[in-house]
Design a protein around this ligand. Sequence first.
Ligand code: ADP
Ligand code: MG
Length: 697
Amino acid sequence: MAADTSLSTRLERLPGVGTARAEKLAKLGLVTVRDALMHFPRDYRDFTGAHSLADLREGEHASVAGEVADVGSRTLFNGRTMLSVSIACGGGRVRGVWFNMPFMAKRFAAGMKVVIAGQPRLNGSAWEFAHPEVRWLAGGEDAHASDWLAVYPLAEGVQQSHVRLAVQAALGHAAGICPEALPDEILVAKSLLPIERAFREIHCPSSREMIDASRQRFVYQELLMLQLALRMHRSRQQRASAAPPIAVDARLDSRIRGRFAFEFTPAQKRVCGEIAADMARSEPMNRLLQGDVGSGKTAIAVYAMLAAVGTRVAPESPERYQAAIMAPTELLARQHHQTLSRLLAGSGVEVELLVGGQTAKQREAALGRIADGRAGIVVGTQALVAGAARFKHLALVVIDEQHRFGVLQRAVLQQGQADPHTLVMTATPIPRTIAHAVYGDLDVSVLDEQPPGRQPVATYRVGPDELDRWWEFCGKKLAAGRRGYVVVPAVEETKRELASISSAYEGLANGPLEAFRLGLVHGRMKAREKAAVMEEFRSGALDVLVATSVIEVGIDVPEATIMTILDAESFGLAQLHQLRGRVARGATQGICGAVTSSQADPHPRVDTFVATTDGFRLAEQDLQLRGPGDLVGTKQSGMPPLYLADLLRDGTVVAEARRDALEIFERDPTLNDPALERLRKLILDRWGPTLGLGTIG
Ligand code: ADP
Ligand code: MG
C-alpha cells in the first residue's frame, strides 16, 4: 500500500490507534487525522520543574518526579476500590491514589519513572495526590509528551489517554504534509507560527510561550476566515441588488428633527448622520444599531423613515418612497403606530398598521393602501409586514428590538427590482467585538449615551424576609403618584402558569396592593384586550400593571417608574435588564426590586443584575457567567461555533482580523490570488453552507 499522505486519512489506519479506539474517538467527532489535529486542548497540566518534597504546599498545584516503588489495590468498606501507587523521590515518598479506577493499576509497575502532578494533601505525614495527572518518562504511553500535558474535551466513555494517543499519531502522520493556509506575507507580518509548528506546539507545547503563540495563530486564522466569509456574503448580497438613494439635505434634516419634542442627543445626531450617509448611496444600507435600553432607538428609526417618505421617487413625480418598521410583538407594533401617528399628525404622511388582531376587511384596506403607495409608513409585526405586504416604493425597512438574528435570519424584504435599505435595532446590546465578529457584514452604529436627565435605576435584591417591607415601600411610592409594573415569570404561559399568574394577581389585588388600581396582561390574552389594558395603564387609569414578560421589549410608558420582578432567578440577565428598562424612561429615577426565593445565597445572575446598570457591561458579564463555551453571539446567529477563538478574550484579534480581511478583500474580492487558494477553500468548506457562499469566482 502506498504511503497515505493526506490529512483525510482515517485514524484507525494510524499505527497504535486501532479500530476499537477509533470507534470511541468517533464519539467525539474525531474520524480523520485532520479532526484529531483540530481537536484543541481545553487546558494543560504543568509538569515543568518537578518540585522537591520540601516545596510542596497543601492544595497548591505541583509536580513530583520519581520511580514507582509499590502498587497496591484494595477494596474499601464502602465497596469502592482504591489504587495506591507509591513513588520514591528525593529520599522520600509520595502516594498517588485513584478511587474506582481499577484499570489504572495496569499502567503502573515497580521501577517505572513517572512524573505526577496535581494538588497534594498531607495524609498523616505522607504527601498524597488524589487522581493526579501522570506522565510516564520512559516506556509509558505518554513518554513523548512535553512538560505541558494537553487536556482535551472528552465524551462519555472516551479517556484522555485515547485522545492523546490519537493526536500524537496524527501529528506523526501529518509531519511534512500539512498544507499552509495563510500566505507567507501574513505569517511574516503577524509573526505567526507556520501551520505544522503550530499544530505541534498546541498539542505538545515546548513552553508556556509556545502555548500562547500556537493558540494565537489558530485564533487569528479562525477569525480572519470568519471575517472574509462575512465580506464575501455581503458582497454577494450587494452585487445582486440596488437600493433607492435617499438624500437628506439640511432642509429635510431640520424638518424631520423639528417634529420631535426633544433635542437629539449628540449620539443620536451622530447615528442619524451615519444612516443618512448610507441611505444616500444606491447600495442597500445594512446597518445594525446597538443601544442600551432607553437610549432612544425609536427616534433614530423614525428619523430614517421620515427621510425615506420625504423623498420623491423621481424629481418630477408626486410619489414618495415608503418605509416599514417591524416589531417583535403586536403590543409594540401598536405602540409604535400610536407614537408615529401622533408625531405625524397633520403632516400628510399616512401611517398604516398591520397586525394580527385586525379584521380581514381592515387588513385588506391596509394592504391596498400599501400597494398603491398611499401608506407612507407601515408599522407591524414581522410576520405580516414581511409576509403579506406588497409595497409600491419601499425604500427602508427597520427591524426593531431584535433579540435573535444573524446572517441567516436577517429579513430582507425584497420587493421587485430594488432592495430596500435595512436598519436592524437590537434589543440587547452585545459587546462590540462580538458584534463585529458575528455581524461582520453589517455596519454597526452605537448609541452610547442616554437622553439627558436619566439616572440609573436603583435596583435591589429582595429576599423573602424583606418582601413585606418591599410592598410597603412600593405602596408608599404608588400612593405618592408613581405607576409601576409587577412582573411574574411565565415561560410557556401554559394553563398552569396562567393559573399561578392569576393567583399572584389576586394575591396582590387583595393583599399588599389592595389600595391601588391593578391591571393584568399576559401573552394568552387577545391582542385587542392586551392593547386596551395597556392603554388604561398608559393613560393613568391603572396604577399597577401585573404582567408577564410580554412587556419585556420596547414598551414605553415614561410615567411608570417602579418595578417588582417576582422570582427573579428564573429570568436571564439580558431579560432582567430589558425589564428594568421599562422604568428607566423618564426624568424620575426608576426603582426596581428583584425578588428572590432565598435571602442569603449568592445568585450570580441576580447579584450581577443588581450591581450593574450599564447594558453593555452587563452583556459582557453575561458572557463571562455563561462561560466561553457559550458564545451567545454565534449561537444566536445560527452559525457554526468557533473552535478556539473566544470573542470576549480575543477582542483585539477580532478587530485586527476585520481590518486585514477588509484589506485583502479590497485588493482581491474573489480571493483568486493563488496564495489565498487554500484559505479560500477552507472558508467555503467551513462557512459556505451557512452563508450561502456557494463557489466563489
Ligand atoms: P429604546 O432605545 O429602548 O428603544 P426608546 O426609543 O423607546 O428607547 O426611548 C426611550 C424614551 O426616551 C422614550 O420615551 C423617548 O421618547 C425618550 N427619548 C428618546 N430620545 C430622547 C432625547 N433625545 N431626549 C429626551 N427624551 C428622549
Ligand atoms: Mg425600543
